[in-house]
Design a protein around this ligand. Structure first.
Ligand code: DGJ
Length: 764
């Protein structure tokens, strides 16, 4: 890690672990020279940028350099209106209505560590030795605008974070019409784009396609939320780059609201990638003396394909974005009552589920929607955060005690950002929701959204939720959010500030979460938005895990969890075993396969445990014991994806390897049975080729299969009380062999079959 700055050469060379990022001043404009594998630093880098000095039909802003057009110059933070016709990174409107601005270099500072971003989530450094920050100051003297471009590099991560601060030092108000977080110009377009798209219950499917000239890829959320439909992430992959090799460039936005990410190929074949708050329906009034901070973009370069990029994001987000005591702690195995009971429960029913949970080894019970107000359906009571004594006659604290007596901790669901029109809160404060005066208030799931851009609404939630959290021994909170924004307007905002509402909402939400998570540091918060509708880095700063999807079908979950892992670590993904036929897609899969899929995240169950047969109880007990043995590996190890559900037959495989490479956990899933199948060889990754590994298979019960090399040592009925059984006669196999010849996975029977392996390094 190092930042070299030489003003006389106009050169800034940022080195982040094994990555270089180079900026060169050209006529006062910060130009982008290079981003990729680390380069040795020397002054010759100042001449590395070859300028295109002729660009027909592209005007030339520098009189002394008549051939230079901004339209061809690769730039760090491009502007509109002075000869660059590509997508600008920002746009301001001056008091006279004009939209021209001209930012020129005005200085720099380099500081150890990484400053926090006021009011916004961001990657952090724990000490000054971990990171270094370059602040490039740009000025438009006519407008009285100072813009600070912040770049942080890291000693241990191939990541560079970027954000921008606008400061208004002029005399008349300015309006920011657009303020993106990062823009990078690549010298050519021989890349594929990759992004994550989907829908409710089908989140984050991987999409890859080649760049073509024009606006090649435009991703947006206009939902006031990062959304199920697109994720605030875009990557460029060199043609031919794959999971394991080739250059990959990731852009991930630490923000939970409406965003835009684009890749645009221009006339000379250069590619501009930008990401930030969606300019659509956004503007921000800057009075003299005021400033605006953009969210942070996290840029990751990998020369080791997509897998290398993902592992950088995983480690950075797991250790330097997630915070709090739970960051490094084993996450509890839970049972949630949503798919078990929906709204139809009472304290006794909940107590019976908790009673069934304890003996299986489950550590936490989560009481989901329906415990408050008079909520028997989804059409009332959001906002009325007091227990429903019809269902819980002795109250929440008493129920939590009953659950605790079974040796199980207690967790609770809330949906604080919402209000039901049929609620005491709404009757008292009808103007507290987002709405446009005189217009219909469009409902989603029979609910409206509270206006978190208003401090008094946030204060109310802070006090009300604090009272709930204090009222019982609550160890976990599931924070849900079940609709997207419509009629985005605030009763309190002046007309010229209405377009600030969606972003002010996010700032209000972040502030509320900051206050609550600091006040209740021992509570583990899990975020949720109809499953994974707000699965983004911004939310992970406050809540270290997210309910990955409302779709709990094991087969669909392979795609969802695989896609999610492109950016997000397994420790951030809630994954539960649910009942069959599956409630979302009606598919029937074995309990064994459902367990194997869910074990690759934060494991839990979401079904009525009291209905388990003895055989199911037996299998679940072993699944839980198995997960406890591999939990640290999954939650804190390095993930290697082996087979993609988006390619070929849909078969999926992945593995987790401990940092010291002495342990690994492998999961393989065959989606559809085929007659006379070829022998599957799973070539493993990330092991130490010099080490030998003993291999054990995850034991299956009568509901699953014993498979792979396990037959040699498995009991005849295929049922063992041990969570793992020795495979391959216990012969240790070399890491080199496992990564070259592979692990033979044979004899999987039927559709939706799975097997898991645990590897442990041994001395031969
Ligand atoms: C949506 C969530 O994703 C579900 O898990 C559940 O909590 C429901 N909301 C409850 O209304």
């Amino acid at each position: 890690m190092n930042i070299f700055a030489d003003e006389s050469l106009g050169l800034f060379h940022l080195q982040s672990k094994d990555t270089s990022y180079i900026i060169q001043l050209v006529e006062g404009y910060p130009a982008h020279v290079y981003w990729g594998a680390r380069l040795r630093h020397d002054d010759s880098l100042a001449g590395a940028l070859e300028l295109r000095e002729r660009a027909s039909f592209s005007p030339t802003p520098v009189l002394t350099r008549p051939s230079l057009s901004l339209d061809a110059l690769p730039q760090e933070y491009p502007q509109y209106g002075t000869s660059d016709f590509r997508r600008p990174a920002y746009q301001v409107q001056l008091a006279d209505g004009t939209r021209i601005s001209e930012l020129k270099y005005a200085g720099y500072t380099i500081t150890p560590g990484k400053p926090a971003l006021e009011g916004l989530p961001a990657v952090y450094a724990e000490n000054e030795a971990e990171a270094q920050t370059l602040e490039l100051t740009l000025k438009d003297d006519y407008a009285g605008l100072t813009v600070r471009l912040l770049y942080t590099v890291f000693a241990d991560h191939n990541a560079i974070t970027r954000s921008v601060r606008f400061e208004h030092n002029g005399e008349a108000p300015l309006r920011l019409e657009q303020a993106l977080s990062a823009s990078v110009d690549f010298a050519d377009s021989s890349y594929d784009t990759l992004h994550l798209s989907g829908a409710w219950a089908r989140e984050r499917h991987v999409q890859r396609r080649p760049l073509t000239p024009g606006a090649a890829l435009s991703l947006e959320s206009r939902r006031g939320s990062s959304s199920h439909q697109t994720n605030p992430f875009i990557a460029l992959l060199r043609h031919g780059a794959d999971e394991d090799q080739g250059d990959v460039y990731g852009f991930s936005l630490v923000y939970s609201g409406s965003f835009a990410a684009t890749a645009e190929v221009e006339q000379f074949g250069q590619t501009r990638v930008s990401i930030g708050i969606n300019p659509f329906d956004f503007s921000w009034l800057l009075e003299p003396g005021q400033s605006f901070q953009t969210p942070e973009a996290v840029l990751v370069y990998s020369g080791e394909g997509l897998g290398g990029m993902s592992r950088t994001y995983h480690r950075l987000y797991r250790t330097r974005l997630c915070r709090g005591v739970h960051r490094d702690q084993a996450r509890p195995i839970l049972v949630n009552n949503w798919e078990a009971t929906y709204f139809d429960f009472d304290a006794d029913k909940i107590a019976t589920i908790a009673k069934a949970a304890g003996p299986l080894g489950i550590e936490l019970f989560v009481l989901d929607d329906g415990w408050f107000g008079r909520r028997d359906k989804d059409n009332s009571s959001l906002g009325d955060w007091f227990e429903d004594r019809r269902k819980l006659p002795e109250g929440l604290a008493d129920l939590a005690d009953r659950v605790n007596k079974e040796g199980v901790q207690f967790g609770l669901w809330v949906e604080p950002e919402m209000v039901s029109p049929d609620s005491e809160l709404y009757r008292k404060h009808p103007d507290w929701c987002l709405h446009a005066a005189g217009r219909r208030r469009t409902e989603g799931r029979n609910q409206l959204i509270l206006d978190l851009s208003r401090p008094e609404v946030c204060d109310y939630l802070y006090e009300t939720l604090s009272a709930v959290f204090f009222s019982a021994p609550i160890r976990y909170i599931k924070w849900d959010m079940n609709r997207n924004m419509t009629e985005i307007a605030s009763a309190k905002a002046s007309p010229e500030r209405q377009k600030e509402t969606a972003h002010r909402y996010m700032l209000g939400l972040y502030n509320l979460l900051e206050r609550l998570t600091s006040r209740f540091p021992d509570i583990l918060f899990e975020s949720c938005s109809g499953g994974g509708g707000r699965f983004d880095p911004g939310i992970l700063f406050y809540m270290p895990q997210t309910w990955t999807s409302d779709n709990t079908d094991a087969v669909e979950r392979l795609a969802i969890q695989y896609g999610t892992s492109i950016v997000y670590p397994a420790s951030s993904m809630g994954a539960h075993v649910s009942d069959v036929p599956n409630h979302q897609v009606d598919r029937i899969t074995t309990l064994a396969t459902r367990g194997d899929v869910a074990m690759s995240g934060n494991f839990g169950y979401e079904l009525d445990l009291t209905k388990f047969t003895e055989a199911e109880k037996d299998l679940a007990t072993r699944q839980i014991a198995q997960y406890k043995e591999i939990r640290t590996l999954v939650q804190q190890g390095d993930m290697y994806r082996l087979l993609s559900p988006f390619e070929g037959s849909g078969d999926t495989a992945w593995m987790f390897v401990s940092e010291d490479k002495t342990e690994a956990f492998v999961a393989y899933f065959r989606v559809l049975a085929i007659p006379n199948p070829p022998i599957s060889r799973l070539t493993l990754k990330g092991l130490n080729p010099e080490l030998d590994y003993v291999i054990e298979t995850g034991a299956k019960g009568s509901n699953g299969h014993v498979h792979g090399g396990a037959e040699a040592s498995a009991p005849a009925d295929g049922v063992s009380s041990a969570p793992f059984q020795t495979a391959f006669d216990g012969t240790p196999l070399g890491g080199d062999r496992l990564m070259r010849i592979g692990l033979v996975v044979s004899d999987l029977r039927g559709d939706y079959a799975s097997c898991t392996y645990r590897l442990r390094a041994v001395q031969r």
